[in-house]
Design a protein around this ligand. Structure first.
Ligand code: ACM
Ligand code: ZN
Length: 523
């Protein structure tokens, strides 16, 4: 009897709590936080609202001002005194170490917004949550009148499931201008994604200024004139552009991982440096649509000049990008010319290698030593497993269509980033990979459990720019699928629910409208 009474009381309590928040704006955050409890009331931004933060978080306080002041049309003051109402306060707290460096706690009452974290990174993600709790109009770049800037009262504790929540942009097949990259970085941060992998080199063009080799940009960034390719599809990032992007990303908790392809997908290099391939032929750079997707010409692995060139390139790359990783590609390198090349065959013999696959593995391991000597970790496409994988390399898994690769992935001891063609290829159509399909993706392979799951660093969408080559079409291939992937990467699987996600996605499409991002299904 006592028991039943207790149950009735608990039920009544829960019902009253639910009734309390009826009529208030629901909590519609993407990715869904680990814990969010809404309570009655709202905090309202107004001209008296002040910010209070320790010195170490003043930059973040200024960032919050930068987000909100254009739409508010008035300043939010940073105060040296802690007001007892109309207050937004930031705090660092060592006891929140349990939430990790990206975790945060957010408590909103009618009097104050209190954001606490173990690190500045957590504070930044908390700010994104505050942005998402405000009416979408807060994202406008000019004053908006007549909106009540209310934030529902809520208590949130949050941290990510995975530490790698990425997007790869193929900047080679079609050059993606700096401002467009910034637009994606801004949207990624709004949805708490934290890795931008830039595929900077491929057969369709070299897109990164390297001071030692000016030909890489003066020649290798341009399509051959015979193809009459529109000029806007080619170009490159100067080293200043990269520094600007790296800084823009860092302010938004995003690390930019650079990719320099080798030993294949490198024919653009042979337009200026033919001596680095096995054949020595000077090649013409053509748009993807006017030739093979995978070329047989690759770097000659038997030529010391190849390594001199690559090390000089990687030296500048390591200095430019603060990322812990350098991606060296490694995918789709045909072995036809290595089989016929006396230098490559001599390399195989001299090093006691079995075949050309082992030669590729030897190539990657040699490059890894150099990458490590610059204080960086090597990451490569899953072909770096072929012919023998170094224990310290990180694998980017993509070949979901190859059973032998799928089977190998749970068995290797290396760190892995999951980017399978089955769910993460955003150059594929929505018929093939719908937003719902992306949302259904589980990055931990079946049968993997316990500590082993720690080697799955996270998940990433790959966007190849060979087919969709204009900004509106690229936007559409990315959005809203990337928002679904952001939740896959952040939120525990037990909290994921497609119907619930859809109800939260709908208002986020307004954020895309306001920030000028096109998306699939836009009316
Ligand atoms: C790839 O899609 N070739 C990594
Ligand atoms: Zn060779």
């Amino acid at each position: 009897m006592k028991h039943q009474l207790l149950l009735v009381l608990i039920f009544l309590g829960a019902t009253l709590n639910a009734l309390n928040v009826i009529g208030q704006n629901p909590i519609l955050i993407i990715p869904k936080p680990r814990m969010a409890e809404q309570s009655r009331g709202v905090f309202t931004l107004n001209p008296k609202t002040s910010l209070f933060a320790p010195d170490g978080l003043l930059k973040k306080a200024k960032q919050l001002k930068g987000y909100f002041e254009p739409a508010l049309g008035y300043d939010l003051s940073i105060s040296s005194k802690r007001a007892n109402k109309d207050l937004i306060e930031f705090k660092l707290d060592n006891t929140l170490k349990r939430l990790g460096e990206e975790g945060y706690q957010l408590k909103i009452t009618p009097e104050k917004v209190s954001l606490t974290a173990f690190t500045e990174k957590g504070i930044f993600w908390g700010i994104q949550t505050i942005r998402q709790l405000l009416p979408n109009q807060i994202n406008r770049s000019a004053t908006v009148k007549g909106v009540a800037w209310e934030i529902p009262c809520v208590s949130i504790e949050d941290n990510p499931r995975f530490k790698w929540r990425g997007l790869m942009l193929d900047c080679s097949r079609t050059f993606i201008p700096k401002e467009q990259v910034k637009k994606y970085l801004e949207a990624m941060s709004y949805f708490k994604m934290n890795v931008l992998h830039m595929h900077l080199t491929d057969d369709q063009g070299w897109r990164l200024e390297i001071k030692k080799y000016p030909e890489l940009t003066s020649i290798c960034s341009k399509f051959h004139e015979s193809f009459r390719e529109p000029k806007e599809n080619e170009g490159f990032y100067s080293q200043d552009d990269i520094r600007e992007l790296v800084e823009f990303a860092a302010q938004r908790n995003i690390e930019i991982v650079p990719e320099i392809e080798m030993p294949g997908h490198t024919t653009e290099v042979f337009a200026a440096f033919p001596q680095l391939s096995c054949t020595g032929d000077t090649l013409k750079i053509h748009p993807w649509t006017k030739g093979a997707g995978v070329h047989n010409e690759v770097f000659c692995a038997g030529n010391e000049k190849t390594f001199e060139f690559l090390e000089n390139v990687l030296k500048e790359v390591a200095e430019l990008f603060p990322s812990a990783y350098i991606h060296i590609g490694g995918d789709e390198a045909p072995k036809m010319y290595w089989k016929a090349c006396p230098k490559c065959q001599a390399r195989i013999k001299d090093n006691g290698l079995k075949d050309e696959n082992e030669l590729q593995s030897w190539f990657v391991k040699r490059i890894e030593k150099y990458v490590n000597s610059k204080g960086k970790k090597l990451i490569g496409w899953d072909e770096i497993m072929d012919g023998g994988l170094s224990s310290s390399a990180t694998v980017m898994y993509w070949r979901a269509w190859d059973k032998s690769v799928v089977q190998k992935i749970p068995l290797i001891e290396n760190d892995i980033v999951m980017t399978p063609t089955s769910h993460c290829y955003f150059d594929y159509t929505y018929e093939k990979i719908s937003t719902e399909r992306v949302y259904s993706y589980e990055p931990i392979p079946a049968g993997m459990s316990g500590d082993k799951t720690q080697k799955i660093l996270g998940v990433q969408a790959n966007f190849w720019s060979h087919l969709d080559r204009t900004a509106p079409r690229m936007d559409q291939q990315l959005f809203p699928r990337i928002i679904a992937l952001a939740e896959v990467a952040w939120t525990d699987p037990g909290k994921r629910d497609w119907i619930d996600f859809k109800s939260r996605l709908e208002p986020k499409l307004t954020y895309l409208d306001i920030t000028g991002i096109n998306y699939f299904g836009k009316k």
